[in-house]
Design a protein around this ligand. Structure first.
Ligand SMILES: Cc1cc2nc3c(=O)[nH]c(=O)nc-3n(C[C@H](O)[C@H](O)[C@H](O)COP(=O)(O)O)c2cc1C
Length: 337
């Protein structure tokens, strides 16, 4: 690989490492090859076999990463082309596994999103500012989703927003009472700032707007949170952290196999960066999607008869203070020699 190609890859990958992943697992690794390509690998230890058994959310994360790499390459007149080396994630594999071969090719279509947005984008689990997201932005997001064959629906009706926030809280507390889900998610929670900084991955309690000690008790002594008084107090505290939410949205579209998960991730990258461009933050409500009962309630509640595919994402979106930044592994840690 020439020194120039090496330095281009380093520049592009340094943006890509800021891509979001479920629970900030960052399952990707990069190996630069003699022939100027980059092999994208996955780390089987950084998957979610219990809560994402088909790998659909982890694979969507790779789609997000690839789209962000492509956006990062644009100012150099380049595109990142991906050839997939597998269509399945194997959490039992003992070593890093190849996921895709990435090559840099001359860009044909100009990029509309500034790559700085990749660095500015964040998840905001903070209270929002009581202002609904503007109709123009919501319609822009719906148009982007449509371009990928997905449907972006939303509500700014205060009653519907409150219903959705409550459904998420009900489901989250219910799911976390299940030991299998709690163990897997709990393994990715970083209870203190020092731990979050040292491990440079996972869900930091401070990013979730939850005191670390309370979070530790929630994961390690969850039975306490099923005692009625304690349950209601913590529930109130959790719901209060979502105050000021005035817009919720949900996405549906083809989401049944590897190629569709990648396409979905690529779309989510563009939706998320477009929100960042407009100063809008988002907070996904994953439990409502993965919990079958909550999923069915949501789909039925907002059914207007026009939806062709299952829902795969629910989120609240709005304006908040700048949320804390979630740590990332360094490029040095992500590169495989
Ligand atoms: C496919 C996908 C699903 C996600 N689901 C959730 C979720 O259910 N709840 C949540 O709070 N964050 C969710 N997130 C956000 C990640 O936790 C977040 O991107 C990661 O912790 C890094 O933080 P950052 O986005 O602020 O950089 C999801 C992210 C992705 C890519």
């Amino acid at each position: 690989m020439s020194a120039r190609t090496f330095s281009l890859w380093m520049e592009i990958l340094d943006y890509g490492r800021w891509a979001p992943s479920p629970h900030n697992i960052q399952s990707w690794r990069f190996r630069l090859e003699e022939d100027s390509s980059c092999t994208l690998l996955y780390d089987p230890k950084r998957l979610l076999p219990d809560t994402d058994p088909t790998g659909r959310f982890c694979t969507a994360g790779f789609g997000l990463l690839i789209e962000m790499l492509d956006i990062a390459a644009a100012p150099r007149g380049l595109s990142v082309k991906a050839e997939f080396l597998t269509r399945e994630l194997d959490a039992k594999s003992p070593q890093l596994m190849p996921f895709a071969r990435l090559t840099l090719v001359e860009r044909q279509i100009p990029e509309t999103l500034d790559r700085q947005l990749i660095l500015d984008r964040r998840t905001s689990r903070l209270p929002y500012d009581d202002a609904p997201v503007s109709r123009a932005v919501l319609e822009e997001l719906a148009t982007i989703a449509d371009g990928f064959g997905h449907k972006f629906e939303f509500s700014t009706d205060p009653k519907e927003v409150a219903w959705t926030v409550r459904l998420n809280a009900d489901t989250m507390f219910f799911d976390m009472s299940d030991p299998i889900a709690r163990n897997e998610v709990g393994g990715w929670i970083r209870f203190s700032r020092a731990e979050a900084r040292r491990r440079a991955d996972g869900l930091a309690a401070y990013a979730m707007h939850f005191p670390g000690l309370l979070m530790r008790l929630f994961v390690q002594a969850n039975y306490l949170f099923r005692v009625p008084g304690i349950y209601h107090a913590v529930r109130w505290f959790y719901e209060r952290s979502m105050r000021g939410t005035k817009t919720v949205a949900w996405l549906s579209g083809p989401y049944g196999n590897h190629d569709e998960w990648i396409n979905t991730g690529r779309m989510l990258a563009r939706l998320w960066l477009t929100m960042t461009k407009h100063g809008v933050y988002l907070h996904p409500f994953g439990s409502v999607i993965t919990n079958a009962k909550a999923h069915a309630r949501l789909a039925k509640h907002f059914d207007d008869g026009s939806r062709k595919h299952d829902l795969w994402l629910l989120l609240r979106l709005g304006h908040s203070d700048v949320p804390p930044s979630a740590h990332r592994l360094t490029l040095e840690q992500l590169l495989v020699r």
